[in-house]
Design a protein around this ligand. Structure first.
Ligand SMILES: [Zn+2]
Length: 412
């Protein structure tokens, strides 16, 4: 059992030698937005350091925060608000349906099911569906007819689901498989809910994308591990399962979707091809990973220099969007409320009226941007930058945009 606090051994293989690759300093929990009252209080921060296991080569954080702190009941994220994810899940359900992985009446279980968005297209194709979700998003799901247990996925959840619904034909875990502490017991619990014909599908941010695009802002305390395929092959094999297939998808700025089954099965050709691409990109090479870290440190200096230059010229800068990953970027680069006047979010976002953790930037309705017309907009969701820029121009924003990564640049 992996404890919270400092990670003393590899989360997959138990090896005790972990080497530091990239340090993003001490950072607060990225989803812990603050009220005006809370700004007067002390704020907790935790080390945010990427380590590498010298044996199985898994990249993982150096410190694990207690899950209830990272995923409070009132966790503000709602999957259903992200159009790209809705499309992604629709595509996943259709692909599993047409390849015969489930049919009408089969059970589909989603771990970390949030507001039930993933399960909806499965239900629409006749599957029985059950979600497991610890935050209050579970209530939103239940209200919209997606049966959801409000709890952390555990051996107890497995017992409950099996007793009431039977074995799952499909188990999904999107953007949670890297979040749950103790991957070994996680895989054991998943396996206990599967039969011989079942498939486990997981989507996680992909280390290859992170390294290729210098996406270090996807590193925050929710993500305990950053997956490449080799350590995953090992993880499943240790528990009598096999990683059978893998594909790259666009979700969350570049993710890997992996398929695993119970028993021994060969790895698909396209997964083998991906492993070769990972090797070429240096994911299994300490020197090349350190070069990635240097790129991140360089990006920080360049971005900060650019923003300070604009400030010195007397220009105003606001942020566009506010998210977990933008809080890593702001916190690591030291971009606070003395640099950004505020950050604009879409109307209806639960973050409006609150302040960003650590950097204390007010989050406002994006209508404010159109009213104030700040000289520059820092595009914090830079991975969908071109799309956001188009939207803001159409809405009538007349200033310039700053894209922060992979190399900071001004776009008019
Ligand atoms: Zn290891």
């Amino acid at each position: 059992m992996q404890h919270t606090g400092v990670v003393k051994q590899c989360q997959i293989c138990g090896h005790k030698k972990l080497d530091e690759i990239l340090s993003l300093g001490h950072q607060p929990i990225v989803q812990e937005y603050l009220t005006a009252e809370q700004l007067k209080e002390k704020e907790d921060t935790y080390p945010l350091v990427l380590m590498r296991c010298s044996k199985c080569q898994l990249l993982q954080l150096s410190y694990v925060i207690e899950p209830r702190k990272v995923f409070p009941r009132a966790y503000p994220y709602r999957t259903g608000l992200t159009l790209m994810l809705i499309r992604n899940f629709e595509e996943l359900a259709q692909s599993l349906y047409s390849s015969g992985h489930f049919k009408k009446g089969d059970l589909v279980v989603d771990i970390g099911s949030n507001d039930g968005t993933l399960l909806k297209p499965f239900k629409a194709r006749g599957a029985r569906v059950v979600g497991v979700e610890p935050t209050d998003a579970a209530a939103v799901a239940n209200k919209s007819g997606i049966k959801t247990l409000q709890e952390f996925f555990s051996a107890t959840s497995v017992k409950k689901i099996k007793k009431q619904y039977g074995v799952a034909r499909v188990i999904t875990a999107t953007n949670v498989f890297a979040h749950i502490n103790d991957p070994s017991s996680l895989v054991r619990n998943i396996k206990a809910l599967m039969g011989k014909e079942s498939v486990f599908v997981s989507e996680s941010q992909y280390l290859l994308d992170i390294v290729e695009k210098t996406e270090f802002d996807t590193i925050y305390h929710e993500h305990l591990r950053f997956y490449a395929l080799k350590p995953l092959v090992k993880l499943f094999a240790t528990h009598g399962m096999s990683l059978v297939d893998a594909e790259r998808i666009h979700a969350a700025g570049g993710s890997i979707r992996v398929y695993a089954a119970v028993g021994k099965h060969p790895l698909s050709a396209r997964a083998k091809k991906l492993i070769r691409a990972e090797e070429r990109a240096g994911l299994y090479n300490e020197k090349k990973l350190r070069a990635f870290a240097h790129k991140a440190y360089r990006a920080k200096t360049d971005l900060l220099a650019l923003l300070l230059k604009c400030k010195k010229e007397g220009k105003s800068i606001a942020g566009l969007t506010s998210s977990a990953r933008s809080n890593t970027l702001l916190g690591f680069c030291g971009i606070d409320n003395t640099i950004l006047d505020y950050s604009g979010e879409k109307k209806g976002s639960p973050k409006i009226g609150l302040y960003t953790p650590g950097t204390h930037i007010p989050v406002v309705d994006e209508a404010r941007i159109l009213k104030d017309q700040p000289d520059y907009l820092l595009v914090l969701s830079w991975h969908i930058g071109p799309e956001l820029i188009k939207i803001m121009k159409k809405l009538g924003y007349k200033g310039k945009f700053i894209l922060p990564l992979p190399t900071p640049k001004i776009v008019s």
